[in-house]
Design a protein around this ligand. Structure first.
Ligand code: FMN
Ligand code: SF4
Length: 521
């Protein structure tokens, strides 16, 4: 029977995928029993959603941006009508997909997210099955050699963290998955949890085997109810299949996972605030040390990693550390699922080995601006990331290259702005965002961000700009070095990038002569 795939994904549903699926249910090919509907996850090509795909002997044929009105015309004589104006041909052959290196996202959109047999058929559980044959140290060594670094933002080597927890002597250890995904312009965690939830379960279970943990928690943001529903069902299926529970895949290992919903505060993505929140307390930052790896959830040694880090660990185990480390550049090994958004023609997840340039990503995959106007600034790494002018777009996307230009990759969010953007407003927004989201524990962030908004507003009104500029520089320095966590510590990054690269917006007369300031770092 022919399978018709209609994504059951938050993004696809927001543009009508459910209505299209309902209309297809009533279509002649389905009613007559010639075809059946599979609700897959999205492939992450959001610019094509709702993307309907139909199995054929030569591959899955896609139809882009399908509406209810299109449904009747998708088939001709019971076969996909490849002359239809919205027909894309074989989806896997589209340059947007064929040009990617999909490891973590290899299965997304291609499988029924809740089918264990689909998951296994495309390589699922290969990493965990191998992990079950290894001792804990060997698993940790494999992750260490792979060079895998945390994908949540800080890029800390996963192997070092796992080794610390493994070596800790404690009766109870925990695995915590950070699925708070608070960064603006990021959606890869959600997409993965909706499209390939068993991969996260597999990755967390590998971590549990590696450190000797028996319990895990996923901390998911409340804005992701659909992901919660799908992931919750995946947990039940995994338990029933013996993947989770008292005997993981028939071994002597015990491991189970609980899903917990956050309340929607950006700071609860910071690992120690997250742990507080998981313990039922208000989400404020804990000073470090002690590290969560030694004194984490309920005071026990805890591995806390991002969704994509756990997911990548399945590939590390399945392919072997050296194969994984062979992708990427220098200490940025493996692949990164970049998320293209903002004023971009082709928004979505593009997974590539580290080292591709930002320009290549924007042009080859992003297709330029959505508005058709010239792009002016790209913010990489969420709300705390720098705004990059065109002169920096040839920078390779690696942790090291971005650090060298005063920027960061963060969670891989890439948000584009065209030439209508007011960069002074963006700088003010950075401070306002910090003021709104600050947990209030330390003064440089709690007070500094509010003063930062005021200083930038005065600059924009041209009130004594030379003095305000100097105050803003000093404020940025105080926040960077005096804040307890990276929310206050990194807020200066976008502000400074505007001061350095877009100073004319902040000081309208900077190029005009009446006010001159020295543009610092
Ligand atoms: C303000 C703030 C927000 C953060 N939000 C997230 C988040 O939403 N998701 C995430 O994985 N990491 C987030 N982090 C990073 C975490 O503190 C931590 O580094 C991460 O969970 C570790 O996992 P990883 O090593 O796999 O990246 C945030 C950090 C800060 C300072
Ligand atoms: S920097 Fe901000 S968010 Fe972080 S601990 Fe201080 S007040 Fe809280």
């Amino acid at each position: 029977m022919t399978r018709i795939f209609v994504p059951n994904d938050t993004g696809a549903r927001s543009v009508g995928a459910d209505e299209v699926a309902a209309a297809l249910m009533n279509a002649q090919v389905v009613q007559s029993g010639l075809a059946t509907i599979v609700r897959n996850g999205s492939r992450g090509a959001y610019w094509l959603e709702p993307l309907v795909e139909i199995d054929t002997p030569s591959g899955r044929i896609g139809f882009a941006n399908v509406t209810v009105d299109d449904v009747a015309g998708l088939f001709a004589d019971g076969l996909p009508d490849q002359t239809h104006a919205k027909c894309l041909g074989v989806v896997d052959a589209l340059p947007w997909f064929a040009g990617q290196t999909r490891l973590t996202f290899a299965r997304v959109g291609r499988i029924d997210p809740l089918s264990l047999s689909d998951y296994r058929a495309l390589g699922g559980f290969a990493g965990l099955e191998r992990g079950c044959t290894m001792d804990a140290k060997a698993i940790v060594d494999e992750v260490t050699v792979s060079g895998l670094r945390g994908r949540g933002g800080a890029a800390f080597p996963a192997g070092i963290k796992w080794n610390t927890v493994r070596n800790a002597n404690a009766p109870q250890k925990y695995i915590v998955c950070n699925a708070d995904e608070g960064d603006s312009g990021t959606f890869a965690d959600r997409l993965l949890m909706e499209a390939d939830p068993f991969q996260l379960i597999e990755g967390m279970t590998i971590a549990a085997l590696a450190v000797g943990a028996t319990r895990g928690f996923v901390y998911l943001r409340s804005e992701y109810p659909h992901a919660a529903q799908i992931f919750g069902r995946a947990l039940t299926i995994a338990r029933e299949a013996g993947v989770l529970g008292p005997s993981v895949l028939g071994t002597a290992h015990t491991f189970d996972i609980t899903l917990r919903m956050g309340g929607g505060a950006y700071i609860c993505g910071e690992e120690t605030a997250l742990l507080e929140s998981l313990e039922g307390k208000r989400g404020t930052v804990r000073p470090k040390p002690p590290l969560p790896a030694l004194t984490g959830l309920f005071g026990c040694p805890t591995v806390i990693n991002n969704v994509l880090t756990f997911a990548a660990a399945t590939d590390v185990l399945a392919r072997g550390a050296h194969a994984y480390a062979g992708l990427g550049v220098d200490r940025s090994t493996g692949t990164m699922p970049f998320q293209l958004g903002g004023n971009m023609q082709r928004g979505g997840v593009v997974e590539l080995g580290f080292g591709v340039t930002l320009r290549d990503l924007l042009e080859r995959f992003g297709g330029g601006s959505y508005s058709g106007r010239p792009l002016r600034a790209i913010q990489v790494g969420g709300p705390l990331g720098a705004y990059l002018p065109a002169s920096q777009w040839d920078t390779p996307l690696t942790y090291e290259h971005f650090a060298a230009i005063g920027a960061m990759l963060g969670h891989g969010g890439i948000v584009a702005f065209d030439d209508t953007v007011d960069m002074a407003a963006q700088a003010e927004f950075a401070m306002a965002f910090c003021a709104h989201e600050s947990c209030g524990k330390c003064t440089p962030c709690r007070i500094g961000s509010t003063r930062g908004v005021e200083v930038i507003q005065r600059l924009r009104r041209r009130e004594n700009p030379r003095l305000q500029w100097q105050v803003l520089e000093e404020l940025c320095e105080t926040m960077e070095f005096g804040s307890l966590c990276a929310l206050g510590g990194l807020t200066p990054m976008p502000v400074r990038s505007v001061m350095k690269h877009f100073s004319a917006d902040l000081l309208p007369s900077a190029g005009g002569g009446s006010v001159t300031v020295e543009v610092g770092r």
